[in-house]
Ligand binder design. Sequence first.
Ligand code: SF4
Length: 325
Amino acid sequence: MKAFQYSRVDTVEAAIGAATASSRFLGGGTNLVDLMKDGVETPDTLIDVTRLPLADIAPLPNGGLRVGATARNSDTADHPLVRQHYPLLAQAILAGASPQLRNMATNGGNLMQRTRCPYFMDPGFRQCNKRLPGSGCDARDGLDRNHAVLGYSAACIATHPSDMCVALLALDATIRVRGPQGERMIPMGEFHRLPGDTPQFDTTLQPGELILSIDLPPSSFARHYRYLKVRDRHSYDFALVSVAAALDVEGGRIRAARVALGGVAHKPWRAPAAEALLQGQPPDQGLFRRAARQAFADARPLSHNGYKIPLGQEAIVTALQDALA
Ligand code: SF4
């Protein structure tokens, strides 16, 4: 591992003031430190933000919930307000990683997770536009079984690894950040990027910006929800495909629906056309199948991952059925 400086800060202002182009904020370190050991990330300085007063989980005046950036994933999933009002989020967090990792990982760090594309994580592979911009993409002519079927570009076909973020997208979360230019709110759907020509940038964060909290709006999806994760190894693995499904049902009709997908694109992927198809309809299997087909209407399979389309469609149908039940 390359030598680096470690500094611990006590205030948000100190953290932002200490940030440079070659520093990284350190949360639980469950992804960043692994990447440093492998020589993928080579920061000069780690700024430990885990002592900042950003771990609270508390109601917002509008009836929503503010979840602190440095709260641990386990504490978030176990929090009574999360379990009562946002059980989809709790279910998604508990589908990710292992208990030990969730005890360490912070919510901010989860948002900043990097892809598990094997060509990115191993510097032995020379071509990776995300790790070495302009070098090419070894995955394009390699094993692309776990790669994207939606929204990818010629420069990068990687997928986003987080489960938590898929639920946050379905729940219309907003990410509160502060940087040298002040504080701003980023809708979850705009926080992560599609790769385009610049896959080295995973998010729309500006230099020096620090995640303060995840703000959740009031939710009507606490009764009918399901986070369904399909993976090669059930005990501990990243998603081949995952689905965050939520329904607001009244009088035998779907008043509102949410469908978000993981494991299929460079960012958590919302399916608004599928949601629109569900809205206002009486729920049944045929409707769920039409919505599932709609969610993958723009999918473009690569050499080895065509299976993700029927798998994802079946996962959506099952998740919606489970949510309804
Ligand atoms: Fe790198 Fe993206 Fe290609 Fe993977 S898919 S090798 S992360 S450029």
